[in-house]
Design a protein around this ligand. Sequence first.
Ligand SMILES: [Mg+2]
Length: 488
Amino acid sequence: MNNWMKMLGDHYRRARRRYPEEKLLILFDIDGTVLDMRQMILHLLKAYDRANDSHHATGLRLDEITVHENDIRPLLNRMDMTPAEQDELLQWFNQVVWSPLAVRVAHQPFQGVLEIIRWFQLQPNTHVGLNSGRSERLRADTLKNLNELGSAFKVHFSNSLLAMNSGQNAPEAIAAAKCAAISEYRRSGYRIVAMVDNEPANLAAIANSPDYDGFLLLHADTLFESQRTLLPNTTLTGKHYRLAELITADQLHTQPIPRHVEFVFQGIEEARVRDQFLQGSIFWGEVSIRLGEHSRMPELDVSTTDQSSPVNARERWLTLLQDITDSQRDHGLKIDLKQGGILLDKLLRDLRMAQLDQRQVWINAPMQRLHERGFTKLRRALPDAILQCPLDSLQAVISALPEQAGEILTELKNWGINRFSVDWSKGGPELVEALQSRGYEVNIHSMPDLDGFLRASLLLPNSISSRFSSDQWPAAQPAEAPADAHAA
Ligand SMILES: [Mg+2]
């Protein structure tokens, strides 16, 4: 099977080069393409059970749903119920399936699709449109639902880029409405790059319409009613939406994800990684420092890295500081403090001796390690540096008790902290959004892989820290000035 997201990415980049001035448009069908209709079926069957005190859908799993929403009878046949119960349930289902309430509450997107849409929406002069066979009467509910689902990804669908069906509900009428929408989008000045749809018949109709000018046709191989054999032979087929395929690592050099997101190269305690960092163009490198057991001076915390070689961790810390100074402001250091207390004073002395510009300094420590005293001391000594604390211990409070959390965040800001760090695996999009909407700077850490890294970058945090040394990661990024990062 071809890699449809990679080919979509390649096709988009070619179109961008070829038509630098034009408004590019990527079109998506909604049901079965953006929205996973199995989720809606499952949701409604469970709602039926709750309302009728029945247990038909108890234990029913998403992957067991292999029917189209327009005909769920085969699924009911496999469930343990009498024909009379089946009829009753089916009648109810068909009544509510396209009700405004179901549209608003029962729909869920396919994994990864909103990130793909977000990426396109972030590209210059590029738009994402919807081309749906849904009835016009569902316009307001459709927009409300999709924008609610999209909000955590900063995806927004606009009314003017939503085409719906004002005609009959028959398959031919739906296909005709989609062709008419394409014609209309083109008349409005958009250059269509691609259209994604799960119904082969729709893609066939589009390929045969007079307004088709050769844009990419993509088939979302989910659940569909028309015959697969109808697919035009140029169609690309795929099941999964993966951002890491749309933008592969080698393209990150030439087409960076959001420009003002800063990257932090972790793991530079290790000599090999440090060299890679110093030669690359990522601005920030991250190290942990602690108070040496014997020297009682700041030194690299190498306890987790190369334990095999006996190292002078103090010397390596000073060398690293010198390397950063010598980089002529091409690099900065994010310093994780493993202790508070006397380490602070000694660290400040090392920084002064190395004559680092404060804008090359970013210090991170948990609030319970430095307390108010430690942070205010750092802030007084380094008014232009980034001071950060992780919010790991506060994440639950922020979502459960937003008001109290607001007071705590204000207090931390008064200590001099100007960036908060979020654990991606625990907080994710919602917490990032909650902090950004209050005007705070956000760093995201603990990215599991390239795909997670790319998804996080779409939220436009101020920074993302990650290990860049593995083969999966881009070895270098376009040089980034540290400029905007320091506004509190
Ligand atoms: Mg569809």
